[in-house]
Design a protein around this ligand. Structure first.
Ligand SMILES: CC(C)(COP(=O)(O)OP(=O)(O)OC[C@H]1O[C@@H](n2cnc3c(N)ncnc32)[C@H](O)[C@@H]1OP(=O)(O)O)[C@@H](O)C(=O)NCCC(=O)NCCS
Length: 330
């Protein structure tokens, strides 16, 4: 494939709900505290979507912001990919609902279900369509409303999640050294029960009993996920640098999935990455799953921490188990 067809990120966008839920708000109905949550996770607050809005609401807002930033009209988009595991409905896909909201038809639209790694899976898929010359403008969205699947009686998991969406527009790069330089995608279904929602699929369709047993909420083996996350984040950082021939000094910013500040610190410490080169906003938004990396990208750009010429490593892992990394030069 010719290098001239690298996929470049032409614009970022993001959307978060207005409603803020602090750690103190959890302490009003759970045996927890701001201190415990902040120390163990780095989270101080998260955004929770208001009633009457859905995953597609946030996804569409982020998509519109990314399109505006890229100077691209919805009618110019060739493909919509939405990474999510908390779409409006089991089907149709969230990508189709976003397509309708954007007022466009007759182009492909589909979801990617790789949980917190979903955005990087979507970025890899979108990049391939650009690199092969199949499409010229691809919208990749990560959007999640995990607050609707969090069990607010389970203090070990519900405090982690927040709602958000982020999006990028991909188009063919005008330079051979600019764009998505490398993608790493991995999965191990043997770890499916590290984090999952048991009911509501074809295995355990909804019944009064599944509802009574709280089977439609997230179940998580927190400590196991923690160990897996540190190991994979370290491996991904090393692998991204090796595959692109990069040294730490070449990296402008690491944008990790905003999973847990301690996990992020343990992973980057292995490479002595200074924390100034690691973008963190988990304190404000919690873990927003597939939305976390594109939301962080957009914030980092708005804060002037990344911009044209920046070399960025993005790493993520999540339910599946899945893990993924990408290197992008803006
Ligand atoms: C969930 C997580 C914060 C828990 O932290 P931890 O240090 O591993 O804590 P443990 O699960 O070992 O629990 C330690 C104690 O804290 C308690 N605890 C759990 N959640 C608590 C909370 N919100 N407030 C107060 N105490 C809590 C536990 O009940 C346990 O008490 P015990 O010792 O009396 O049994 C941590 O494991 C984690 O972040 N894991 C990764 C999860 C994740 O990121 N999932 C998404 C993946 S994309």
């Amino acid at each position: 494939m010719p290098d001239s067809l690298l996929a470049a990120i032409a614009g970022f966008g993001s959307a978060v709900p207005d409603r803020v839920m602090t750690n103190g708000d959890f302490a009003k109905f759970l045996d927890t505290s701001d201190e415990w949550i902040a120390q163990r996770t780095g989270i101080r607050q998260r955004r929770i979507l208001q009633d009457g809005q859905y995953c597609s609401t946030l996804a569409t807002q982020a998509a519109k912001a990314a399109l505006a930033a890229a100077g691209v009209e919805p009618s110019q988009i060739d493909l919509i990919i939405c990474a999510t595991v908390s779409g409006d409905m089991v089907f149709p896909s969230n990508a189709c609902l976003v397509q309708k909201e954007l007022g466009i038809k007759d182009i492909p639209a589909f979801d990617v279900a790789a949980a917190c790694s979903g955005f990087l899976y979507g970025l890899a898929i979108g990049s391939q369509f650009i690199r092969t010359g199949t499409y010229r403008k691809v919208l990749v969205i990560g959007a999640e409303v995990l607050s609707r699947f969090a069990d607010f009686t389970d203090r070990g998991s519900c405090i982690l999640f927040g709602d958000a969406a982020g999006a990028v527009v991909l188009e063919p790069s005008d330079r051979t050294d600019k764009g998505v330089l490398c993608n790493i995608l991995c999965a191990d279904g043997g770890g499916w029960d590290y984090i999952y929602v048991p009911a509501g699929g074809s295995k355990l369709p909804a019944t009064a009993q599944t509802v009574a047993d709280r089977m439609h909420y997230i179940k998580m083996r927190g400590r196991d996920v923690y160990k897996f996350a540190v190991e994979k984040m370290q491996w991904l950082l090393g692998e991204c640098m090796d595959r692109c021939g990069l040294k730490m000094r070449d990296i402008s910013m690491v944008i990790p999935h905003q999973v847990n500040l301690r996990i992020i610190e343990s992973a980057v410490n292995k490479f002595n990455f200074p924390m100034e080169k690691v973008f963190v906003n988990i304190n404000k938004y919690g873990n927003t799953s597939a939305a976390s990396i594109p939301l962080a990208l957009d914030e980092a750009a708005q804060q002037g921490k990344i911009g044209p010429g920046s070399t960025i490593i993005m790493v993520a892992f999540g339910a599946g188990l899945t893990w993924a990394g990408s290197v992008v030069r803006l």
